[in-house]
Design a protein around this ligand. Structure first.
Ligand code: 1HN
Length: 371
């Protein structure tokens, strides 16, 4: 997202089309430096690559290592006002140590001890939770308690007050995804504290938002018009699982529905628009039958994948990793991605694609299927 242009690295006389390095030219370039100017002719190759050349790198994080460090954080680091969350972010090795999984996306493991609270606040950044394992935490979004359980995908769209509380005798860890880097780069962040403690500690199995909105194909007549973010607070695993299973069953019966052979996928959607759940984030669940391999695909924009269940291999460009339950892979823009399933393999994916679609800058290329 940021091209580093440093006047100090100007070299007179380098490369095709560059003038000879005379003393006059050096003086000119010193003048540019003093006035904080950079001439295009020295930078055009970096600024205008023929195809995306992201600074971010493909990388894999292993869940077992993240979880061990999160557990240790649970012993050593309190959660409360100031730090706000015991969340530990993936830092892409190409992004200089910033807590960014990709140039636009934040991904973190968050950990809450038994009977702990994470305090209430709100921010313009859009957020979601994806639950790999466990239950017992309720996230309270604008006063509506939403249960978190394995396989659930939960939304906290921007500027909603939210806090979490763990009602169980066991700790709980989950994946947080936010558009923090995008909001940071574009200078559009606002943040506000709420009450110090979650006021509503009730533990309903279903939130009010789900009771109103989460009935398949049924919209409350009282709520007309599009909403910027999906009003569905939680997409429950039983529905996601059934949708994926049905796609693969339909395929086995000779009917259409899967993305490609042995590969079912669903996108979490906003029922008021049919589009993505939030303006900056797309989220999907994929299921590969054991032995299936995806076509090699590249697209504009970056993504993070997390294995929900099963084992397989993920190839991104020159890298190839074995992945198992909970492991995460960052896929930078325009890097070719191929996934192979060693067992039946379920994967959660989130990306910044809605941003590029809005800008009409989205592109996808599916390479020929590998033999
Ligand atoms: C936040 O509010 C959450 O609500 C998670 O769980 C991660 C990272 C930065 C700023 C706010 C949450 C966050 C965050």
């Amino acid at each position: 997202m940021t091209a580093t242009v440093s006047p100090v690295t100007l070299h007179a006389g380098d490369g095709p089309g560059q003038p000879d390095p005379t003393p006059e030219l050096h003086a000119l370039y010193r003048g540019f430096e003093q006035e904080l100017l950079v001439p295009l002719w020295t930078e055009i190759g970096d600024l205008m690559p023929s195809s995306p050349r992201p600074a971010a790198l493909a990388h894999r994080w292993q869940w077992a290592n993240l979880l061990a460090l999160a557990e240790r954080s649970g012993q050593l680091v309190p959660v409360g006002r100031g730090g706000e969350r015991r969340a530990i972010a993936l830092a892409n090795p190409g992004l200089g140590g910033a807590p960014y999984a990709t140039p636009t996306l934040w991904a973190a493991i968050q950990y809450l001890n038994p009977h702990e609270d994470a305090p209430v606040h709100r921010h313009t950044q859009h957020a979601f939770r994806f639950v790999l394992e466990g239950e017992g935490v309720w996230t309270v979004v604008d006063g509506d308690p939403v249960a978190m359980r394995r396989g659930d995908f939960l939304l906290t769209p921007g500027w909603r007050f939210h806090g979490h509380h763990n009602q169980a005798d066991t700790p709980m860890a989950w994946l947080d995804g936010l558009d923090i880097p995008f909001v940071h780069h574009t200078g559009s962040a606002f943040f506000e504290l709420g009450p110090d403690h979650v006021a509503d500690r009730s533990t309903p199995a279903r939130s009010r938002a789900e009771r109103l909105w989460a009935h398949p194909g049924l919209r409350p007549v009282s709520q007309s018009g599009p909403q910027v973010s999906s009003p569905v607070a939680a997409y429950r695993w039983e529905h996601t699982d059934a949708a994926l299973r049905d796609q693969l069953d339909l395929e086995a019966e000779g009917h259409p529905g899967v993305v490609e052979p042995g590969h079912a996928a669903v996108r979490f959607s906003n029922p008021t628009t049919g589009g993505d759940v939030m303006p900056t984030i797309r989220a999907e669940m994929h299921r590969l039958r054991r032995g299936a391999t995806t076509a090699t695909r590249r697209e504009v924009g970056s993504a993070v994948w997390q294995v929900f269940e099963g084992a397989g291999a993920v190839r991104v460009g020159e890298h190839e990793w074995e992945v198992g339950r909970g492991d995460l892979v960052a896929v930078p823009s325009w890097q070719p991605l191929t996934i192979s399933a060693g067992t039946d393999l379920d994967l959660f994916r989130f990306s910044d694609t809605p941003v590029f679609e809005r800008l009409h800058a989205d592109r996808v290329q599916v390479d020929e299927v590998q033999s």
